[in-house]
Write a protein that binds this ligand. Structure first.
Ligand code: NDP
Ligand code: GDR
Length: 347
């Protein structure tokens, strides 16, 4: 049985990737951070007691800022494939926490690469490494963006991802390691974190529809993004580690929509006019914005035979329906006196 190790397994992508790899017959090991509340809700459906012979998901405490712990986990797990998805992944938050973001995203990647490198040398085994690169690395460079497009990062997060990308290229060239950088454009789902704009919109929409919320405060509605479905994108991560040689790939749909178009589509599905509910709050503007990302994934289509399956409209519909149902459940709880306050969504 092949063994995969995933950093960031508790996040959106980590959970879809874990689902995908378990389906493929892998034993999946994930690194989780210690928190004062349980943070494994996205992967709980995969969990069985480790003593159960059917168990396929194994969780280990660790952190990308703790190199010693990473080394110990790699030596213990002895993975065939490592997927580095762990990150402080919120662009706006990276302006508030630039140093921590760099530590987790770029130096964290370096720590993991070094741990894998030493493990390969000591054990004589080969490990395949996937790095979660981002379209944010292109930042201010005009669309469409592909693997040849120069990087022009516009946030501490994006700068850290560029550094991580180059650490990966350097370790590949210097030590002959199998390392592939995915350059993934935005991908969303009902498991998306609630402070990213798509989920912030669909969560608010569901609550507005059932009468639990009156307003939605947003920032720049003109920004354009190439939005795909996370479930499609984790397959591309796996595909990148299957060929004989490592390489770097853009993963995108090739269609871009503005935040306003996302709003129109989402509210339209529930027969509401977004203009009646949305207000602009400058707190959500970023010091430097990324205006227009549109990916050209021709190389992934040709070399990996990867195609996105879910359209923009189908993605919005999936998220709206999920969050409308969630809001109905919240309403039931509220009516039963169980839920009084909702967490304020920000960022
Ligand atoms: P999420 O924010 O949903 O998940 C991030 C994960 O990283 C969580 O499991 C989080 O743990 C973990 N994490 C955060 N800090 C650390 C740390 N210091 N050490 C170890 N783990 C940590 O992100 P996504 O799933 O959306 O994205 C996955 C990866 O892909 C990220 O690297 C992101 O930057 C990148 N990416 C995402 C894109 C997207 O559109 N989703 C596009 C391109 C790249 P916890 O649950 O404890 O917070
Ligand atoms: P992004 O995603 O920055 O592209 O990074 P996000 O959903 O945060 O923003 C997309 C665009 O929407 C605008 N926006 C708002 N964004 C948020 N979060 N909240 C708001 O209220 C709001 N109003 C408008 C933003 O300004 C931006 O232009 C995501 C993350 O998953 C990264 O980790 C990943 O690398 C990139 O996608 C590709």
């Amino acid at each position: 049985m092949k063994k995969a190790l995933i950093t960031g397994i508790t996040g959106q992508d980590g959970s879809y990737l874990a689902d995908f790899l378990v389906q493929k017959g892998y034993a999946v090991h994930g690194i989780i951070r210690r928190a004062s509340l349980f943070n494994t809700s996205r992967v709980d459906h995969l969990y069985k007691d480790a003593r159960d012979p059917e168990a396929r998901l194994f969780l280990h405490y660790g952190d990308l800022t703790d190199g010693t712990g990473l080394r110990r986990i790699i030596e213990q797990v002895q993975p065939d494939e490592v997927y580095n998805l762990g990150a402080q992944s919120h662009v706006k938050v990276s302006f508030a926490q630039p140093e921590y973001t760099a530590d987790a995203v770029s130096t964290g990647t370096l720590r993991l690469l070094d741990a894998v490198r030493d493990y390969e040398n000591i054990s004589g085994r080969k490990v395949r490494f996937y790095q979660a690169g981002s379209s944010e690395m292109f930042g201010a460079t005009a669309p469409p963006q592909n693997e040849q497009t120069p990087f022009y990062p516009r946030s501490p997060y994006a700068v850290a991802k560029v550094a991580a990308y180059w650490y990966c290229v350097n370790y590949r060239e210097a030590y002959g390691m199998f390392i592939s950088n995915g350059i993934l454009f935005n991908h969303e789902s009902p498991r998306r974190g609630e402070t990213f704009v798509t989920r912030k919109i669909t969560r608010a929409l569901g609550r507005i529809k059932v009468g639990l919320q009156e307003r939605l405060y947003l920032g720049n509605l003109a920004a354009k993004r190439d939005w795909g479905f996370a479930g499609d994108y984790v397959e591309a991560m796996w595909l990148m580690l299957q060929p004989d040689t490592p390489d770097d790939f853009v993963v995108a749909t090739g269609e871009a929509y503005s935040v306003q178009e996302f709003l129109e589509t989402a509210f339209g599905l529930l027969a509401l006019d977004w203009r009646e509910y949305v207000k602009i709050d400058s707190r959500y503007f970023r010091p430097t914005e990324v205006d227009y990302l549109l990916g050209d994934a021709t190389k992934a289509a040709k070399q990996l035979n990867w195609q996105p399956r879910c359209s923009f409209k189908a993605l919005v519909q999936m998220m709206v329906e999920h969050d409308w149902e969630l809001a109905r459940q919240e309403l039931t709880l509220k009516e039963a006196g169980h839920l009084v306050n909702f967490p304020g969504l920000s960022d």
